[in-house]
Design a protein around this ligand. Structure first.
Ligand code: GLU
Length: 512
């Protein structure tokens, strides 16, 4: 395919606050930012926004990095890698923010505020009582700059606030939604620098995006409301603005209400994997499938194509096809994509990925080599990697137990089988004797033998094969029967079948 004309290299960033685990919303923001950078030959930056010390969760930074790497979203610059625009953790850039906040004071776009907590609390209560949103009343805007400076130098506790214009309006442009106009009187005198010397998100994000030469700011729609403030700050500093892209929200699977981290618990109770990337990983989803799934929430290529690899996405992603409408999280689609990507893996690769899942399921000895012959039997049948050991774990058992329920469920009561126990028992005894003669023990010979028997016994092959399956494996669902028996080997197949027949004999005896 012809390459499209190279566009200007984009510098994008993912700027999570380390206040919790990486969730699918964050992962999508990171993915789109990454795609744009890769597509244009630019850079993708990871910046940790850890200025809210009260909400800091120490392990979350590692979780975010691990999750991104697992998805294949690798950054070019970041706290662990360094880079020419570092440091990439805001707590390590603290001194910088005071400098820029003071620059705004000098330029007359910000002011020192000495209001006590109590005073602000009174204002807040009054606003609540009057049923209007709280806004700072501008008390300290009126302090003459000289006096304010003296009070700061004398060590009086203070914050720095943005001096929001009181008149007029501002028009800001979001790439997805177009121009948005806001009245300036609706913009608060936001705090830029807190009394502990830490910047607020609003100041830090603007300063860092500017200093790091970020060309496209992609983030969640939840930042749309403070977006005009950020543009005001850019203009107050006299800096060129980046492109602004606010990605649509994710809705709960029901389509009602924004999905949030707090939904993870009930989702799990309902049997869904949850919203955190590490949960999806543990539940046996492939990173390729997760990437494919989240890429199509809020973006589409042509409204038809659904299978995308990360490479495809780098080539095909475009800002123009981002959608403002929120997307409901659909876990059935995730299962669907996981199936597609599992089938697209080379068998050796699937074997490699299955190994840890067999280990966790209680088969610690299993190697990639052991799984190679099994993969062709299950690749078409599994939806997640955890299905692997569920479907094929028995290959690594020396012995199994046959429950009477298995015979009941899969032979007697199964709608498509409906085989009574005495008939099954009689037929299986003949099968056992005939199987003893099979040599060599290959899938082809096994199939020929069992098909001939189905004729001979006048028993539909579906019925007979189901009976053999339960008698051998103790279960109603397994990989294809003849391959399964071949792989188990003659000795194990016959030994297990004998045990199955014993269970069956007891059932028939008690029934009769
Ligand atoms: N630290 C903010 C967050 O975690 C980043 C928002 C942005 O990308 O500007 O939501």
């Amino acid at each position: 395919m012809e390459k499209s004309a190279p566009s200007t290299p984009a510098r994008t960033r993912f700027a999570p606050s380390p206040t919790g685990w990486l969730h699918i919303g964050g992962a999508r923001t990171a993915l789109f930012s990454f795609l744009l950078a890769r597509q244009t030959g630019g850079q993708f930056i990871l910046r940790i926004e850890d200025t809210d010390r009260t909400r800091y969760v120490p392990e979350s930074e590692a979780d975010i990095m691990e999750g991104l790497r697992w998805l294949g979203i690798e950054w070019d610059e970041g706290p662990d890698k360094g880079g020419p625009y570092g440091p990439y953790r805001q707590s390590e850039r603290k001194a910088l923010y005071r400098k820029y906040a003071e620059l705004l004071v000098e330029k007359g776009h910000a002011f020192y505020c000495f209001c006590s907590k109590e005073r602000l609390e009174r204002l807040r209560r009054r606003a609540r009582a009057e049923g209007r949103p709280f806004r700072y009343d501008g008390h300290c805007r009126r302090i003459p700059p000289e006096e304010a400076r003296r009070r700061v130098e004398a060590g009086e506790p203070h914050v720095i606030r943005f001096k929001a214009p009181r008149e007029g309006s501002i028009t800001v442009v979001d790439r997805i939604r177009g121009p948005i106009t806001v009245q300036n009187r609706d913009i608060d005198d936001f705090i830029l620098l807190k009394s502990d010397g830490y910047p607020t998100y609003h100041l830090a994000v603007v300063v860092d995006d500017h200093l790091m030469d970020v060309t496209h700011v992609m983030r969640g729609e939840e930042w749309l409301s403070t977006f005009p403030l950020h543009v005001h700050l850019y203009r107050a500093f006299g800096w060129p603005e980046p492109e602004w892209i606010h990605l649509s929200l994710f809705l709960k699977p029901t389509g009602k209400g924004k999905i949030s981290k707090r939904d993870s618990e009930w989702l799990k109770e309902k049997g869904y994997a949850g919203v955190f990337v590490h949960d999806l990983r543990e539940a046996g989803y492939l990173p390729e499938a997760v990437v494919n799934w989240i890429a199509l929430m809020g973006w589409s290529y042509d409204d038809r194509t659904e299978f995308f690899t990360l490479e495809d996405l780098i080539e095909k992603f475009s800002l123009d096809r981002l959608k403002p409408a929120p997307a409901a999280v659909n876990f059935d689609k995730l299962n669907h994509f996981n199936g597609l990507h599992i089938r697209a893996l080379p068998p050796e690769e699937l074997a490699r990925r299955l190994v840890p899942f067999f280990h966790k399921a209680g088969y610690p000895q299993v190697t990639e080599q052991d799984l190679l012959p099994i993969v062709p039997l299950i690749q078409e049948r599994i939806h997640t990697l955890t299905d692997g050991p569920e479907l094929a774990g028995f290959f690594f058992e020396e012995d199994i137990t046959h429950t009477p329920e298995a015979f009941e469920t899969f032979l007697v009561k199964h709608k498509k089988v409906k085989l009574d126990l005495p008939t099954a028992y009689q037929a299986l005894q003949v099968v056992y004797q005939r199987l003893e003669q099979v040599d060599p023990w290959t899938p082809e010979n096994l199939e020929a033998t069992l098909r001939a028997l189905s004729e001979e016994l006048g028993l539909k092959s579906r019925k007979l094969f189901s009976a053999v399956r339960v008698a051998v494996t103790g279960r109603g669902v397994s990989p294809p029967l003849f391959e399964t028996m071949a792989l188990l080997g003659k000795e194990r197949t016959l030994r297990w079948m004998k045990k199955g027949l014993e269970t069956l004999a007891q059932m028939v005896a008690t029934e009769g």
